[in-house]
Design a binder for this molecule. Structure first.
Ligand code: NAD
Length: 357
């Protein structure tokens, strides 16, 4: 299938990507290649031991660790980490972890312009985007700036082997959401579509093998390859209903990030498939099934993904407010945002029903 378009604008960031099981051992080489020699290693508290291992890998090129990266990048944590980096005289950061740790590296880069090496351990894809979400006083804001785009990404399949299967599946669906919405983005290009299709294919092929054997290095590599492609799509084109709904549910009701993406994706795609069936046809071509929404739903069921917002802690009484919030600020979507249809979507997602058009 051709992805040709009559006209388009395509813009890619200058990012160096190294891929391969064990590639983390090249981290010192990559620090030197940036002209740096004082790296601050970042992680969450949960991955502090991994951060210490990275400090060992960096040897004299590491000046310290900051292991307090926190979900949704709270500004006070970013300011503490930035002060720590400045105090140590760091000249680059090495962020080892998922989207939360990558977010902290980006927040430091925003404030200091320090170059970033990111070593992703989930499929969230933040490492491939110039986007930073931050929270302050319970409010989440998002900015896009070339200052936060990481310079180097090291994709090491061995580091994803420890990701528990449940998180693997939700993180993969989080990544697939970037590609799925990329297929109908207003500012898509043939290149972003090519990457979206290949990213979805990589998850179709790799994820079932990872679920069957989480230690399979080749399958872990293929899913990480999918995460890179899907994340790159997120960094290049605008998102719509799916990301808006997840943002609303996460922000207003404190629902977990990746799990919410996993539940909503089939429903959002079913909603939009009515308006842009041709643009979403690659999803049925890749996953099979009767419609794009059902194709995603069936894949999620086969991967034993969470299916219901109620299982993530959302109360049925919250659905009206969620529908109000999601329709409050207008944004572009291939199908107009109609409150009754959206309320219906949320009800089905809350109950864990298959998507209905
Ligand atoms: P996360 O980074 O919060 O990780 C969740 C937990 O899993 C953490 O405790 C982490 O230490 C642990 N973990 C990560 N990798 C592991 C591994 N391999 N083995 C064992 N434990 C591991 O989760 P996430 O879903 O990767 O990131 C979510 C955050 O990223 C959200 O704040 C979201 O908004 C952000 N995000 C941003 C972008 C962007 O472009 N700005 C894109 C996607 C996600």
């Amino acid at each position: 299938m051709s992805h040709f378009q009559d006209s388009f604008v395509a813009q890619s960031a200058a990012v160096r990507v190294r891929f391969g099981a064990g590639v983390r051992h090249a981290v010192a080489e990559e620090i030197r290649a940036l002209g740096c020699h004082r790296a601050l290693i970042l992680s969450t508290p949960h991955q502090a031991e991994t951060a210490r291992q990275f400090a060992d890998l960096c040897g004299p090129l590491a000046v310290g660790t900051f292991t307090n990266a926190t979900m949704h990048t709270p500004v006070d944590v970013s300011e503490a980490a930035t002060a720590h980096a400045l105090q140590l005289g760091a000249d680059c950061v090495v962020a080892v972890g998922g989207g939360s740790t990558t977010g902290l590296g980006k927040a430091i880069a925003l404030r200091t312009d320090l170059p970033q090496i990111v070593v992703p351990t989930t499929y969230a894809g933040s490492e491939a985007t110039p986007i930073l979400g931050q929270t302050e006083a319970g409010r989440k804001t998002t900015l896009t700036s070339p200052k936060v785009q990481p310079e180097v990404i090291l994709y090491d399949a061995e580091l994803v082997q420890s990701l528990p299967v449940g998180m693997t599946v939700t993180s993969a669906l989080n990544a697939m959401a970037h590609a799925a919405e990329g297929l109908y983005a207003q500012n898509r290009s043939p290149l972003s579509t090519l990457m979206a299709v290949e990213g979805l294919r990589a998850f179709r092929d790799g994820l079932p093998k990872v679920v069957a054997n989480p230690q399979d290095p080749s399958a872990r590599g293929e899913t990480l390859y999918g995460a890179w492609l899907c994340g790159t799509v997120l960094g290049q084109v605008g998102m719509a209903l799916h990301h808006k709904l997840c943002h609303t549910l996460g922000g207003a009701f404190d629902l977990p990030h990746a799990e919410t993406h996993a539940v909503i994706l089939a429903h959002a795609i079913a909603y939009n498939a009515v308006a842009v069936p041709d643009l979403l046809a690659p999803i049925t071509e890749i996953f099979g099934g009767t419609s794009p929404g059902m194709a995603i739903h069936d894949f999620a069921v086969a991967m034993q993904a969470p299916l219901a917002l109620r299982d993530l802690g959302l109360m049925e009484a919250d659905l009206d407010r969620a529908a109000d919030l999601a329709t409050q600020n207008p944004y572009w979507n291939p199908r107009p945002i109609e409150r009754p249809a959206l309320r219906h979507l949320l009800q089905a997602a809350w109950a864990g029903d298959a998507p209905t058009v």
